[in-house]
Design a protein around this ligand. Structure first.
Ligand code: ADP
Ligand code: MG
Length: 430
């Protein structure tokens, strides 16, 4: 069966447009399981690893069901921390940007409560918060939950770990019982399952199963690098390893476009493919890549899946993939036919958790490497050049050039001088 696509989902044009703007190529596994079920009104227990798109998995169906005209809270999302509450609010804002004004408010401890009360008074459709602060508002009577139709417990396991159990139960008891309750978590403990029995109505258990994954034997390394430094690090690695055929993966179509532009600006021969391009456009890029007119191909997982990418020297995970299986598919594009391939993964911020999962499920060790400095680059390049010279002496037919050198020696130069001058020429040009 083909995977369900966003366009096949029963969601409004406005949300589909926002998904398009975000550049999501296809739903992540938890999204394709959870969105249709949640839209049917079912209670859900969704389990999937960190970084697999759980926010949109509950966010899209929630936004779909909001009535903008009614300005009282219709959905409430409980999160374990302030950071997560803010992140969820941001993601929902992006997803709702083409909808009629949807008011989304994060509330958390530490922020002055009076400011939150003011915002609440103006009317809010979706409230996102830590259990402690939400309870606080309920007890003060500043948060009216009588109109709430949907509740999300995001990262439920973490909320329990943080000691929010009583607060969560207090809140769940207060919210009208004729509601939809969606629970999402990276892990599922017995305690959570007990809670679900008590507070959910015949929930559907959706779990993203992990298949056994076999990773090809290639050199795998990762670099911890801030998002805005990724371009620079990519250039350095391409230069250092003297890579002429590379495949770079991004998680969204927009990021592919952006990276292609940025690499072009830096003078690389690069092309990009993703689902927004027509078949003909993609074929053109691919044929250039095969003929060596392009050295670097930037792609989304979806676009790369459908095509036969030739064996490349290196695969770069510019973003850590949203699915462990993607990682294996991606890096399988290198190191074929007994050649050594390299897989470089860029990890920024909480992507490190995804990488941990990937290592766990693929049972491989991905080595951390330091980001090469400009000095390193020069040193390594020098080493590479000397290697090339050695290979050339050992393996190539140099007769013609030997005659030329002999010519120079006859006029009185010595071989050291001649070699040094040549090296200066070669390295200066680099
Ligand atoms: P989780 O809650 O499972 O840890 P998030 O919802 O925070 O994961 O999503 C992680 C990242 O993946 C976010 O940057 C989000 O915008 C992005 N993302 C979500 N869904 C998709 C998708 N279908 N395609 C590409 N990126 C996605
Ligand atoms: Mg999350």
């Amino acid at each position: 069966m083909d995977k369900i696509q966003f366009k096949d989902m029963n969601i409004s044009f406005e949300i589909k447009k926002a998904i398009e703007d975000l550049g999501f190529e296809e739903p992540s596994p938890i999204q394709s399981l959870a969105i249709p079920k949640a839209l049917e009104g079912k209670d859900i227990i969704g389990q999937a690893q960190t970084g697999t798109g759980k926010t949109a998995a509950f966010g899209i169906p929630i936004l779909e069901e909001i009535y903008p005209e009614d300005k009282s809270p219709q959905a409430i999302i409980l999160c374990p921390t302030r950071e997560l509450a803010i992140q969820v609010a941001e993601e929902l804002r992006k997803l709702s940007k083409h909808m009629k004004k949807i008011r989304i408010l994060p509330v958390y401890g530490g922020q002055p409560i009076n400011r939150q009360i003011k915002s609440l008074k103006k009317g809010v459709h979706i409230i996102i918060g830590t259990p402690g602060r939400i309870m606080d508002h309920m007890q003060r009577g500043t948060l009216d939950l009588t109109g709430v139709e949907r509740v999300v417990l995001d990262e439920a396991d973490e909320m329990l770990d943080m000691g929010f159990r009583d607060d969560m139960e207090f809140i769940l008891k207060e919210i009208p019982h004729r509601r939809q309750t969606l629970l999402f978590s990276a892990t599922m403990s017995k305690v959570i399952l007990k809670l679900t029995k008590k507070y959910q109505n015949n929930p559907e258990l959706l779990k993203v199963a992990h298949h056994k994954l076999t990773v090809p034997k290639i050199n795998q390394t990762y670099y911890e690098v801030k998002d805005k430094m990724k371009l620079e690090v990519l250039s350095r690695l391409l230069d250092i390893h003297d890579i002429t055929l590379a495949l770079v993966f991004c998680n969204t179509k927009r990021r592919v476009d952006r990276l292609v532009r940025d690499l072009e600006t830096r003078g690389y021969l690069v092309g990009g493919i993703h689902g927004d391009l027509s078949q003909r456009q993609r074929d053109t890029v691919m044929s250039k890549f095969r003929k060596g007119k392009i050295d670097i191909l930037v792609a989304t997982d979806v676009a790369a899946r459908g095509i036969d990418v030739p064996d490349v020297e290196a695969v770069f995970n510019y973003d850590v993939p949203n699915d462990d299986e993607y990682y294996v598919h991606r890096i399988g594009r290198t190191g074929r036919a007994g050649k050594t391939g390299h897989a470089f993964t860029f990890v920024s911020g909480k992507e490190i958790y995804k990488l941990r999962d990937i290592q766990r499920y693929t049972k491989t060790k991905i080595k951390q490497e330091k980001i090469p400095s400009i000095k390193d680059i020069e040193k390594i390049k020098r080493g590479l050049l000397l290697e090339k010279i050695k290979t050339s002496i050992e393996e190539e037919d140099l007769n013609k050039y030997i005659h030329m050198v002999e010519g120079l020696i006859e006029i009185g130069y010595n071989s050291v001088e001649i070699s040094a001058a040549l090296l200066k020429k070669v390295m200066g040009e680099e």
